[in-house]
Design a protein around this ligand. Structure first.
Ligand code: PBG
Length: 323
């Protein structure tokens, strides 16, 4: 039945009626807060391309995590910046590395909040790639051993969930295998299943000093025009034992989140990445956009597309609004 019987504006008349018919909500329950941990003591330095986000040393990160916990954020995800990098990313699987120490320190003081750790060696290698390098090639299978070792040291330190972001083939299975063998059958894997070779990681790479020193990540991260391939990647990760799958970035890939929601019944995470954060920040700093409104609208769109949870650098800000 058409106009004048139907008048969709009736249900938009005021905020209370809009609340009743609202289809999607953004809640504290959806948030995962990404935090950078660096070496040294007493360090809290702002990341220039990500205002309001910092690199914290282990002693300084605990306070931030406790604040996140008191705001009701359910989880954080940690990224590490080691003092020394080398060809094989040794610091990534050093049981006393920055992330392992940070997890221990956090677990002592903030026992409730879930600690997720990013598993990938790019922040730890001199060449900045997510896998071992032979000649000009990023080699797959030898990298799996290192990733498994890295994940195990995180879990031994107390990590609640591990999140491999390297995009090597078979890494979810390899990590599941070592965790189960060591008795950690109850630790979930959140896999960056459909991770694209994206220009939107720029600010992150500045923050973590992790840009590849030669070439690019196109031989392992996905080609942006592809969508069917994302479904195949997700399927493989679920088969290998992923408990939560991730689509990354979020905003330029809402169609992928939507498709994943249609095709799979596993929990879906979306990473609202550094470049997505920086765009809103920069435009609002110039007075061109309302930061708070743009932030909420962007995050709601990710939920509407089908994500169950969102990794976002806005987490603290949103939590303060939603609380
Ligand atoms: C790899 C990793 C990256 C991000 C998360 N994990 C960078 C990359 O793949 O180059 C990017 C996150 C962001 O941009 O916010 N360890």
């Amino acid at each position: 039945m058409a106009f004048p019987i139907n008048r969709p504006r009736r249900l938009r008349k005021n905020e209370n009626i809009r609340r009743l018919v609202r289809e999607t909500t953004l809640s504290l329950d959806d948030l995962i807060y990404p935090i950078f941990v660096t070496f040294g003591k007493g360090v809290k330095e702002e990341i220039s391309s990500m205002p309001g986000n910092y690199r914290y040393s282990v002693d300084m990160v605990v306070k931030e995590v406790k604040e996140a916990e008191s705001l009701g954020i359910p989880a954080i995800i940690l990224f590490g910046i080691p003092e020394k990098k080398d060809e094989v990313g040794s610091e990534a699987y050093n049981p006393n590395g920055v992330i392992q120490e940070a997890v221990r320190a956090i677990k002592k003081e903030a026992s409730e909040i879930l600690v997720i750790t990013d598993v990938c060696i790019d922040e730890y290698t001199t060449h900045g790639h997510c896998g071992l390098v032979e000649g000009n090639e990023i080699v797959n299978d030898p990298t799996l051993k290192l990733l498994s070792k890295m994940a195990l040291t995180h879990v031994e330190a107390g990590a609640d969930i591990v999140a491999p972001s390297d995009m090597m083939d078979g890494r979810v299975g390899a990590i599941r295998g070592i965790l189960d063998k060591k008795g950690y059958t109850q630790i979930p894997i959140m896999s960056y299943a459909a991770k694209y070779a994206s220009a939107f990681y720029g600010p992150f790479r500045e923050a973590a000093d992790s840009s590849p020193k030669f070439g690019d990540r196109k031989s392992y991260q996905m080609d942006p025009p592809n969508s069917d391939e994302a479904i195949r990647e997700i399927e493989l990760d679920i088969e290998e034992g992923a408990d939560i799958i991730m689509v990354k970035p979020a905003l330029p890939y809402l169609d992928i989140i939507y498709r994943a929601r249609e095709e799979f019944d596993v929990p879906i995470a979306a990473f609202n990445v550094s470049g997505e954060f920086a765009m809103i920040k920069a435009a609002s700093d110039k007075g061109w956009i309302d930061e708070e409104k743009a932030m909420i609208e962007a995050l709601i769109s990710i939920k509407r597309a089908g994500a169950d949870m969102i990794l976002t650098y806005f987490a603290m800000k949103v939590a303060k609004i939603l609380k």
